[in-house]
Each structure stands twice: as C-alpha cells, then as structure tokens.
Design a protein around this ligand. Sequence first.
Ligand code: 3HC
Length: 387
Amino acid sequence: MAAAHRVAAIAVSGSPGRRDVLQNLAAVTGCCNTGGMERQEVPGASGLLSEVAAAEAELRAAADRDRGGDGAGVAAGDELAAYFDEVVGADQKIEPRDWMPEAYRKGLVRQIAQHAHSEIIGMQPEGNWLSRAPSLARKAILLAKVQDEAGHGLYLYAAAETLGVSRAELFDKLLSGRQKYSSIFNYPTLTWADVGAIGWLVDGAAIVNQVPLCRCSYGPYARAMIRICKEESFHQRQGFDLLYTLARGTDEQRAMAQDAVDRWWYPSLAMFGPPDAESTHSTQSMAWKIKRFSNDELRQKFVDMTAQQAEVLGLNLPDEALGYDQPSGHWRYTQPDFGELMRVISGDGPCNRQRIEHRRRAHDDGAWVRDSAAAYAAKQRTRKAAA
Ligand code: 3HC
C-alpha cells in the first residue's frame, strides 16, 4: 500500500464511530451559522462554533461586569502592575486605555501583526485559482472566501493599531522581512483540489488555533477573533465540500483530491508552530492569557478532529502511524518535519520570494488609492474646519 492509507481501516476498533460523531453533532448544527449549508456535516466543526458562541457571551459578560474602576485611580509602578495582573487573573479584558507591561504590548503587536500578514498573504495561493474555478458557483464561493481573508487582515491591523503602531509601519515590516507570516502560505497550489485541501486542512488548523484566541486577554484582539472564527468555519466547510465532491467524482478527481491532501497534511500540522519545548513565547503568552493552549495541545486537537473528518470524506491522511488510542482518547500521529518549518519560516520555502514580490507589487500598485484617500480625508477636514 502507498504511504497514504485508509484512516477508516485503522479506525474501526475503538475510534468514535462515524455515525456517533454525526449524531452527536446533529443537535447543535442548527445554531451554527453555516448549519444546513452543506449536504453533509463536518465532524467537530459545530463544537468549535459553540466555543466561539461561549467566548462571545463571556466577552459581553466581562464588558458588563464592574472591573472596580479602569485603573485610573491606581497610582503607578507596582500598583499598576498589580492591577493589570488582577484584571488578567479575573478573566477580564485589557483595553487600549489600560496600562500594560511593555512586553505584553510588544508581544501582542508581534502576534497580531503576524496574524494579519498571514491573512493578507494567504489570499495569494487560492487567488491563483479564481480565474480557473470549474463552475460559476465554485468561483463565487472562492471569491467570497478570498475577500473574507482580506477583511480578516483589516480587522487584525485595526486591532494592532490600538496598541500604538501604524498600519504603514506594519506593512513596511512585512515587506522588508522584519515581521513574519504563516509558513503555510509558502507552499504552491498546484491543482484545483488544493483549494479544497486549503479550506479543509489549513482553515481547519487556523480555526482550531484561533477559537481559543476569542478568549484572549486583550479586548480588541478577542473581539476581532469572534467574527473571524465564524467566517473561518464557513471556509473550512467549503473546503470539505469541495473535497467531498471530488472524492466522489471520477478516478482522476479522486486521485487529485488525495494528492492535495498528501501534500498539505504535514505543512498544516506545522502551522501550529514549533514543539512546546522549543516555543519561545508560549509560557509568557499563556501566563498573560493571550494564548490559552500550547502549540502541541492545539496540534493534537486538530489531529483528533481531522482524522474523523477524513473518514467521512473517504480520503487518506498520509501517516502510517495514525491510529486512535483508546486509553488517552486521542489519535497517535507522526510529527511534521520541524527542520522544514524553520527553513520555511526563515525564507527558504517553495514560494517565499514569489509571495513577497507579489505583495510588494500590489502595495506599489495601490499607492494611488492610498494617496487619493488621504487627499480626500484632508479635504474633508479642511471643509469641516472652515464650516
Ligand atoms: N509560521 C511562521 N512563523 C511561525 C510559525 C508558523 N507556522 N509558528 C511559529 N512561528 C514563529 C513565531 O512567530 C516565533 O517567531 P518570532 O519570535 O520571531 O515572532 C517563533 O516561530 C517561535 O514560535 P512560538 O511558538 O514561540 O510563537 P508563538 O507563541 O507566537 O506561537 C503561533 C505561534 C501559534 C502561530 C501564534 O503566534 C498564534 O497563535 N498566532 C495567531 C494565529 C496566526 O497567526 N495564525 C497564522 C495563520 S492565519 C491563517 O491561517 C489564515 C486563515 O485564513 C487560513
């Protein structure tokens, strides 16, 4: 048998049965914003949406609760730090007006900017297929999805701006290589099935990573993530639906779907970042409740969810070691090549140069739009002042 093998074959004993997975989800899919959109459900997806809804309710409750003042009465130094710790400890939100440790601010700018850049660069691999989508409906769906990514980038740049950095500064750091974007977008989209694999696996990994960020301690980031996660869930479903269709098509279509899954599986696992022991920021970031789970915890959660979805798709995940481990309730899997992750992060992935060159060109081409918008805003200000 080829390196890839049927998950179903190893899943028969002990793994949660497909029927159970689907039945358990039936009760909650009705309140999911994409419920009923597809002809099949995506195991695990609705649970994530319920988590987003719970985080949204928590955010509203936090806004309604009395934090005991906004820190304005707190004198300085240690008292400010104690107040900050208290707010974070009580699962309240830190807002832009609040005092915060400089390292907290810098860490947030680093993460939010990297996240925003990922959304914007992430438009390229799929944008590549907009003009070659196989039907009008698929084209409209893909167009909507790529536009959503642009919107996500904008919410996130706006969240970063509340921390005292300008958008121009962030663009400059991206284009000069001083800020990163996700490794995953440095891989090429070779066939139409890659659009499905990105939706299913890349957006699937993104949503597993990002749902906990809806409970991040920094208010503007948490609020942006609520909306982003709701849209990401639609993205994942469209990828699942696309692959589901191909997997039930001709032999060639099925082979194309399988090939795409084979190529995107390990890069998707690597998206979660280095293993915990090598993660620079996780410990501090979790102490400040920016991150809620470690890289390895989220990677495992993604595997657990995706292995079951692969069964429903009838496609193989390319991992001979994959199997359900009854005692732990988790799936065993082979780790991605973290050496490759580091090479891609440091600029040596298959498409790094192409992605940045394309972004730079788009930025230069858009200069007249930015100049016009600035001139219009200045004219409005002058008129208002004169009135
Ligand atoms: N790609 C690029 N860089 C990565 C990376 C990846 N997959 N994983 C880790 N890194 C970088 C980190 O940024 C850090 O570099 P730095 O110190 O120069 O900033 C270094 O590797 C060490 O990693 P850490 O584990 O210490 O970093 P974090 O604690 O920040 O964890 C993370 C990394 C899990 C990506 C976290 O930053 C995070 O959750 N970010 C928010 C979500 C995000 O940015 N997702 C990107 C994908 S967005 C997307 O996919 C769009 C969707 O539409 C598909």
